[in-house]
Design a protein around this ligand. Structure first.
Ligand code: FE2
Length: 131
């Protein structure tokens, strides 16, 4: 583990403080990534989540099939794209671990899913069912 050393100080307080801040933030990320238990529980969550999401999407599609939802094909296509994006992030995490970039990817995928897919497309299906 890298540690802060005053050798790194350049003597400009403002800049030194910023360096120190950057250093401590990076250190925190490294600590999170290297903590065996934190990493293990995050990985377990991730494996669970991937399975859970796949099952959820299949269940949704099955319900659409059973109710002869007219936009099933289009909806399945959106699910397929969602899964491709999720799989890509999952593969990145398996290779690189849980990096800030991977966390950002997860967040934006989830926000896109919740804000666009669910509110627009899943809602459309729900409206159809109520008819
Ligand atoms: Fe959906």
């Amino acid at each position: 583990m890298i540690a802060w050393s005053d050798d790194i100080l350049i003597g400009l307080d403002v800049i030194d403080q910023q360096h120190r801040e950057i250093f401590s933030r990076v250190q925190k990320i490294i600590i999170i990534n290297s903590q065996e238990s934190a990493y293990k529980s995050a990985s377990e969550n991730l494996v669970f989540l991937m399975t859970y999401v796949k099952e959820h999407l299949s269940a949704e599609e099955k319900l659409m099939e059973e109710s002869t939802y007219p936009r099933l094909a289009e909806h399945k296509e959106l699910h397929a794209r969602l899964l491709i994006a999720a799989d890509r992030i999952y593969e990145n995490i398996k290779t690189d671990g849980i990096t800030p970039l991977n966390v950002l990817d997860i967040e934006s995928l989830l926000m896109g899913w919740f804000k666009t897919h669910i509110l627009t497309h899943d809602k459309d299906f729900a409206e159809y069912l109520k008819q």
